[in-house]
Design a protein around this ligand. Structure first.
Ligand SMILES: [Zn+2]
Length: 380
């Protein structure tokens, strides 16, 4: 009796074929909705060596299989060459180099989206039979994704700390794809590298809410770049899950500010990574206080998020360990401005006495966070 071909060898063969007959002058589609036509041919006949290795097997359509086995239309060497040729062809088509992340995204996003749909509809719902059928599709998509990502690693945001690095997530995905190809479906649970969910966030498919990146300045820069491209719609701050809305290929996209893999990637590809001046979390906290207390506020200019109008009065939020006289002067505040220091770690000490004196001369108001709560309540 013939020994069955191992499941992991089959998976590698599906991935290798990219779903088409391996004969380069045929390339017929093998996985069809009305019944697959895929056949596994032995390069050196099974009767000679019983060799079921990946190297000795090739996926062909039934007619090429017959031509090879029965009609001797091709030599073993020719057929072996097809394997090399397909590999080369795949790298040429799917290992394209892009100059921007947006262009890479156009190719990768539909593949990830299809995989996600297959996974959610068949794997999670335990429709095992259909899952096995669609698994071939996954293997082929994965092969394309792997080629594209490996060739364009430089387009991903990276950070020496892997917890903040999209490139580390992408490398993990490449490893996962490699494992997915070479392990059996039943070994799913012991697969050591699982699909990193953050990938869907990086490509804007599904939010992965982790926490807000600290820099208000990076966010302002992103807004300004989006405005330049006529893509920016609005920003919502002062709520539990702040977000911004922008337009992408005619569609409105809601981007949560705590969807950090996606935000990191956007900051990186728009060249907006800036050092932290004002902390976003603290600014949002203060604005949330206003919102919770039904005190209406308005962000004057989306490129300057820490300038806010509250009940007709101009507020400016800053973030300084201790506001000095010199720093106050460098802000060149207009008369009547209310400056709030969000930095609350050393209480009343976050504003120097000299700064208070200078503020009187300038006719501006300086508030610590503790002062702020009372001050805005009186505006009600
Ligand atoms: Zn064929």
């Amino acid at each position: 009796m013939r020994k069955a071909i191992k499941e992991n060898i089959k998976r590698k063969l599906y991935a290798e074929s990219m779903g088409r007959c391996m004969n380069p002058s045929c390339e017929k589609e093998l996985f069809l909705t009305n019944g697959d036509i895929v056949e596994k041919a032995h390069i050196i006949p099974h009767s000679d060596t019983a060799d079921n290795s990946f190297e000795n097997l090739i996926l062909l359509c039934p007619s090429c299989h017959t031509d090879f086995d029965k009609n001797s239309a091709f030599t073993e060497e020719e057929v072996r060459m097809w394997k090399c040729e397909r590999q080369k062809q795949v790298s040429q088509i799917f290992a394209q180099k892009f100059d921007t992340f947006e262009k890479l995204e156009e190719f990768v996003k539909p593949l990830l989206k299809e995989n996600k749909t297959i996974y959610e509809n068949y794997y999670l719902k335990d429709k095992r039979k259909l899952w096995e059928k669609f698994e071939e599709k996954l293997l082929i998509n994965n092969q394309k994704i792997k080629c594209l990502l490996s060739r364009n690693r430089d387009l991903f945001q990276k950070h020496p700390n892997e917890c903040f690095s999209n490139l580390a997530i992408i490398d993990q995905l490449i490893l996962h794809i490699h494992e997915f190809e070479s392990t059996r479906g039943d070994d799913e649970k012991i697969r050591s590298v699982l699909f990193p969910e953050e990938v869907n966030s990086i490509f804007g498919l599904e939010a992965y809410l982790e926490g807000m990146l600290p820099s208000v300045e990076s966010l302002e820069c992103l807004i300004s770049k989006l405005q330049n491209e006529d893509k920016f719609i609005e920003i919502a701050l002062g709520i539990e899950d702040p977000f911004l809305i922008y337009k992408e290929q005619g569609e409105y996209v809601q981007l949560f500010l705590s969807d950090s893999p996606r935000i990191r990637q956007m900051y990186f590809s728009y060249h907006c990574l800036k050092r932290v001046g004002v902390r976003l979390e603290s600014l949002n906290f203060a604005l949330k206080y206003l919102d919770n207390n039904h005190i209406a506020f308005k962000i004057e200019n989306c490129q300057n998020l820490s300038n806010v109008i509250v009940k007709g009065k101009p507020f400016k939020f800053i973030y300084e360990y201790c506001l000095s006289n010199a720093e106050l002067i460098s802000l060149t505040p207009k008369k009547g401005l209310i400056i709030i220091n969000l930095h609350n770690w050393n209480g009343g000490g976050c504003i120097s006495n000299e700064a208070y004196q200078q503020a009187e001369i300038m006719d501006v108001t300086l508030l610590t966070m503790d002062d702020f709560y009372g001050y805005v309540q009186n505006l009600k």
